[in-house]
Design a protein around this ligand. Structure first.
Ligand code: GRF
Length: 201
């Protein structure tokens, strides 16, 4: 069974994590969330994991060099025999120690059709604001392999959603988020069933 480690953002809302855990409980995903790692105690994502009895770890960045942070993160993941790392709301560039050790085994979910509306500083609402301001008629989400550049590694899968002229940023955000949950679970189901093998290209 594939052991999944999920990295969430400091104030991680955790809706993608919850989608993964629900899919596992429903028998749609033959995998296990082995650990959820955040950087701030009390983040909703960490609480949601703990409520399901999933192991949680807080690895803070304060008072640590990038290398130290990377080493602690890597140790926490390796200790739990994680096969696949999922970034779900994780905002930082991953330390090289991790991208090197888990090459092809780290995926990220991003709320746009990359390479459009991606890169450093393009996260959360900012992405959907840029989509609305650009006047495009579609947006969506992307699961991609993580390397050491922001939103950069090979695309694994994408899902499109329509954007309508009278959409608010919130309308776009919620439509994309729903697509994210479905896409992420579908990609994980393919990995867990062996349809896609690790490491990913
Ligand atoms: C999602 O929109 C994801 O694409 C982005 O951060 C957000 C995380 O949301 N990387 P949640 O914490 O999973 O609800």
């Amino acid at each position: 069974m594939i052991r999944i480690g999920v990295l969430v953002g400091a104030k991680g809302r955790g809706s993608n994590l919850v989608a993964i855990m629900n899919a596992i409980s429903a028998g749609r995903l033959d995998g296990q969330v082995a650990v959820v790692i955040g950087s701030l105690k009390g983040a909703p994502a960490l609480e949601a994991a703990a409520a399901e009895g999933v192991d949680t770890v807080v690895v803070g960045t304060a008072n640590r060099t990038d290398d130290e942070y990377g080493a602690v993160l890597l140790r926490a993941i390796m200790k739990r025999d994680v096969d696949l790392v999922v970034l779900a709301g994780y905002m930082r560039r991953l330390p090289d120690a991790l991208t090197d050790a888990y090459s092809g085994r780290i995926i990220n979910i991003h709320p746009s059709l990359l390479p459009a509306f991606g890169g450093h500083g393009m996260y959360g609402r900012k992405v959907h604001e840029a989509v609305r301001d650009a006047g495009v008629t579609e947006s969506g989400c992307t699961v991609h392999v993580v390397d050491n550049e922001y939103d950069h590694g090979p695309v694994v899968a994408q899902r499109r959603v329509d954007v309508y002229p009278d959409d608010t940023v919130d309308d776009i955000a919620s439509r994309v988020l729903q697509a994210e949950h479905a896409l992420l679970v579908d990609v994980l189901a393919e990995i867990c069933s062996g349809q896609r093998s690790l490491p990913l290209a």
